[in-house]
Design a protein around this ligand. Structure first.
Ligand SMILES: O=C(O)C1=C[C@@H](OP(=O)(O)O)[C@@H](O)[C@H](O)C1
Ligand SMILES: C=C(OP(=O)(O)O)C(=O)O
Length: 432
C-alpha cells in the first residue's frame, strides 16, 4: 500500500497505542510464568511474533475481543519448538526469544524477514555460548537464521553495551529461570539504557528480582515468574505518541490543538519527546496524572538532541528538524543504524527527496530546517514503520502532495496510524 498525504492541519484527540516494548516483555514473562492475563496489550505484527514464539515453546496466547491476552505459560521450561520460529520484522522478538530458546533441552531455529536477517545478533550468540549453550548463525556472519541448542546453566559473561540493549533484556529474562543465574559485565557503555529499566520494571511486576551492578546487571537463578494478582496492564507507547505530538507541533490547527490520551508516565525513555518538542518551541502541556498531553503549533527552532537513550525518536526528530528554523543536530546516533533499516541514512535520503538538506556523520545527523524547504514528492518508506510515520508527518506541511511507498509496514508497531491521522483531519489516500 502507498499513502498519499495532502497538506493538512490537525486537531482533536488521539489515543496512544499500547507500548510495544512492555507488550513484548509481558507476553514473554507470562510465558515464563505458568500464565497471566495481559490487559491493554499491543496487537501488532511484532508483538504477534512474540506470541507465536511463546506458543511454540508450549504456551498458549488467546486474544479476547476487548484486546486482553489470556496467556498460558511454559512455566520456566520452554519446549523444543516443533517448527522454525519466524520473528518476522521484530528485533525484540528475535533477541528475547533466542535467549529463551537456549533454555530448551534441544535445538531451536529462528529466522525473520530480510531486514531482520541483516541485523546484528553476534554478541548475544557469543554470550549464550559462553554460558554453555550452542548458538550459531547459519551463515557464520552473526546474523539470522540462528540455530540455538540448550539447555544452559547460567554463569558470568561479558558483552558490549553499544550494539543493542535487547541482548541484556534477553539474558535477564532467561537468567531468572536458570540454575545459576546470570551476571552480565558490560564491555562498553550501554546504549538504549531505559529499555533495560523497562525490563527491570516488568520483571519486578512478575515477582522476579534483577539488579544493576557496578559493572552491569545480574539476576539470580531458580526464580519463578508470578504476576501480582495474575494480571498485567500495558501503558501507552511514547515512541508512538511522538507522531501525533509532532503532528500537533508542526501542523496543529489555529482553533484546536491535538490532545493525546494514554500518556501515563512509565520507564520509557522515549517520553523525552515531550521535552524535545517543547525545547523546539511548541506549546506542550503533559498532565501526568490524567495521562494527557496537549500540544499546539508554534514556530519551531532547531536544537541539539542526544539520542543515546532514545534511538526510536530519531526519525520523528529529523522531521521536526526539517520544519524547524535552523539546524537540528541529532547526536550519539550510531546504534540507530542497526534498526529495521539504517535510519540515519534513510531519513537523510528520504528527506532529501522532499528538498531538505542534511549532513550525515557516522554517529550524527544534522537537519538543516525551515518549513519552506519541504516540497511534496514520492518517498520510500524503506519497509520501516518509523520511517513511514516520520515521512507522513513531513507530508502534512510539504508544499504539494507526498506519497509514502510501502506504508503498510506501520502494522509493526502502530496498526491504526493512518486512521488516527484521518481522525485528526488529515486528507490522505491509500492505493495499492
Ligand atoms: O527492548 C526494546 O523493547 C527495544 C530496545 C531498543 O533497541 P536497542 O536496544 O537495540 O537499541 C529500541 O530501539 C527498540 O525499538 C525496542
Ligand atoms: C527498532 C525497533 O524495534 P525492534 O528492534 O524490535 O525491531 C523499533 O520499534 O523501532
Amino acid at each position: 500500500m502507498n499513502v498519499t498525504i495532502t497538506p493538512s492541519s490537525v486537531g482533536g484527540t488521539a489515543r496512544a497505542p499500547p507500548s510495544k516494548s512492555y507488550t513484548h516483555r509481558a507476553i514473554l514473562a507470562a510465558g515464563y510464568a505458568d500464565g497471566a492475563t495481559v490487559r491493554d496489550a499491543l496487537w501488532s505484527a511484532d508483538t504477534q511474533a512474540t506470541a507465536r514464539a511463546v506458543e511454540l515453546f508450549g504456551g498458549d496466547v488467546d486474544r479476547r475481543e476487548d484486546g486482553t491476552l489470556e496467556i498460558d505459560g511454559f512455566d520456566g521450561r520452554p519446549a523444543v519448538p516443533a517448527d522454525v520460529i519466524d520473528c518476522a520484522n521484530s528485533g525484540t522478538t528475535m533477541r528475547l526469544v533466542t535467549a529463551a530458546a537456549a533454555l530448551a533441552d534441544g535445538t531451536s531455529v529462528l529466522t525473520g524477514d530480510e531486514s531482520l536477517r541483516s541485523r546484528p545478533q553476534g554478541p548475544l550468540l557469543e554470550a549464550l555460548s559462553d554460558l554453555g549453550a550452542e548458538a550459531d548463525s547459519t551463515r557464520g556472519n552473526g546474523q539470522a537464521p540462528l540455530v540455538v541448542t540448550g539447555p544452559l546453566a547460567g554463569g558470568e559473561l561479558s558483552i558490549p553495551g553499544d550494539v543493542s540493549s535487547q541482548y541484556i533484556t534477553a539474558l535477564l529474562l532467561a537468567g531468572a529461570v536458570t540454575d545459576e543465574g546470570i551476571a552480565i559485565d558490560l564491555e562498553t557503555e550501554l546504549k538504549s539504557a531505559p529499555y533495560v529499566d523497562i525490563t527491570l520494571e516488568v520483571l519486578a511486576d512478575f515477582g522476579v528480582e534483577a539488579r544493576k551492578t557496578e559493572t552491569g546487571f545480574a539476576v539470580d537463578g531458580r526464580q519463578s515468574y508470578r504476576p501480582a494478582g495474575g494480571d498485567y496492564a500495558v501503558p501507552g507507547d511514547f515512541s508512538s505518541i511522538s507522531y501525533p505530538l509532532a503532528a500537533g507541533a508542526i501542523a496543529g490547527s489555529e482553533d484546536e490543538g491535538v490532545r493525546i490520551e494514554g500518556a501515563q508516565p512509565s520507564a520509557q525513555g522515549d517520553s523525552a519527546i515531550v521535552d524535545i518538542v517543547e525545547r523546539m518551541g511548541a506549546d506542550v502541556e503533559w498532565d501526568r496524572d490524567a495521562g494527557t498531553i496537549d500540544v499546539a503549533k508554534a514556530p519551531l527552532s532547531g536544537i541539539e538532541v542526544d539520542v543515546e537513550d532514545t534511538p526510536d525518536l530519531l526519525p520523528t526528530i529529523a522531521t521536526l528538524g526539517a520544519v524547524a528554523d535552523g539546524d537540528t543536530h541529532i547526536t550519539n546516533a550510531e546504534h540507530v543504524r542497526y534498526k529495521e533499516t539504517d535510519r540515519v541514512s534513510a531519513m537523510a535520503e528520504e528527506l532529501g527527496k522532499l528538498g531538505v538538506e542534511t549532513t550525515e556523520e557516522r554517529d550524527s545527523l544534522t537537519v538543516h530546517g525551515g518549513e519552506s524547504s519541504l516540497s511534496g514528492a514520492t518517498v520510500s518508506g524503506c519497509d520501516d514503520h518509523r520511517i513511514i510515520m516520520a515521512l507522513a508527518l513531513a507530508g502534512l506541511v510539504a508544499d504539494g502532495q507526498t506519497t509514502v511507498e510501502g506504508a503498510d509496514h506501520v502494522d509493526v508497531s502502530f496498526p491504526g496510524f493512518f486512521g488516527m491521522l484521518e481522525e485528526l483531519g488529515v486528507g490522505l489516500e491509500r492505493t495499492d
